[in-house]
Design a protein around this ligand. Structure first.
Ligand code: KIV
Length: 292
């Protein structure tokens, strides 16, 4: 009996929280995070047991077709976060704060973070930057909303960086990133995404911080990894970054399926008998008689 209870407990997946993510760091159990932007995808990821789902403002590029993340609005983020939240039972849902939703004032940052939680159902918000956004992080955390920070190649700074370039390679830039990492932790961030930085620097930051680091293009020394869903499923066309690995070639599976659908529809092979609803012979005969 007690063996059965234990087994049932083991099989029951638990809700991921700021505390469970911290325990994962402490025990060396790597944190898995993926981006999702819709109900169906989020539900599949959640059922597979991913620890966290990021509703990234990358949705501007992979869902809405913008050149970068800058045009994404609060309404876009709330709309997609709410869809993801409806599909999730156990994953920790993190919603990105879009460009200019937190930079202008601390008050605006808290208001917008609150909307992502109240209207989007997020468990935490993520914002980009180091020392310059510590006031915002502190105020949002004081409103009982967990904050994930984001350092390194922060896409909202694409214009300031002059493109999507690896960050933290020089001593001065690496020192600044290390200092920022400590500052955001002191401000109360519960985790930090490290994007597009050298692996050895990411390892150093990971060792220095108590909070978990989640890497993307930052090597395997981080406490966890995050990938954009379209990248890891081979749905992205054109240039993909060096750090991207395709885990399932959904792009080519989709292309084959769509071509097959076009071909079968044109030839009349689809829909077949098994995809078609039947009707009583007497009813159809009467109808045909009436419509001759
Ligand atoms: O918006 C996003 O998807 C992100 C990840 C790249 C970390 O911020």
């Amino acid at each position: 009996m007690s063996g059965k209870v234990t087994r049932e407990k083991e099989n029951k997946k638990m809700k991921n929280t700021v505390s469970t993510l911290l325990v994962q760091k402490q025990s060396g159990d790597k944190i898995t995070m993926l981006t999702a932007y819709d109900y169906t995808t989020a539900k599949i990821m959640d059922e597979c047991g991913v620890n966290a789902i990021l509703v990234g403002d990358s949705l501007g590029m992979v869902m809405l077709g913008y050149e970068n993340t800058l045009p994404v609005t609060m309404e876009d983020m709330i709309h997609h976060t709410a869809a993801v939240s409806r599909g999730v039972e156990n994953a920790f849902v993190v919603a990105d704060m879009p460009f200019m939703s937190y930079q202008v004032s601390v008050q605006q940052a808290v208001t917008n973070a609150g909307r992502l939680v109240k209207e989007g159902g997020a468990n935490a918000v993520k914002l980009e930057g180091g020392a310059e956004v510590c006031e915002q992080i502190e105020a949002i955390v004081n409103a009982s909303i967990p904050v994930v920070a984001h350092l390194g190649l922060t896409p909202q700074s694409v214009n300031a960086f002059g493109g999507f370039k690896v960050q933290g390679k020089s001593l001065e830039k690496a020192e600044k990133l290390l200092e920022d990492a400590v500052r955001i932790q002191q401000a109360g961030a519960c985790a930090v995404v490290l994007e597009g930085i050298p692996a050895r620097l990411a390892q150093l930051i990971t060792d220095k911080l108590v909070i978990p680091t989640i890497g993307i293009g930052a090597g395997n020394g981080c406490d966890g990894q995050v990938l954009v869903y379209q990248d890891m499923m081979g749905l992205t066309t054109g240039h993909t970054a060096k750090f991207v690995k395709c885990f399932a070639p959904l792009g080519s599976v989709m292309r084959d399926g769509i071509k097959e659908y076009i071909s079968e529809t044109k030839s009349g092979a689809f829909p077949a008998e098994e995809h078609t609803y039947a009707m009583d012979d007497a009813v159809i005969s009467k109808l045909m008689e009436e419509n001759q």
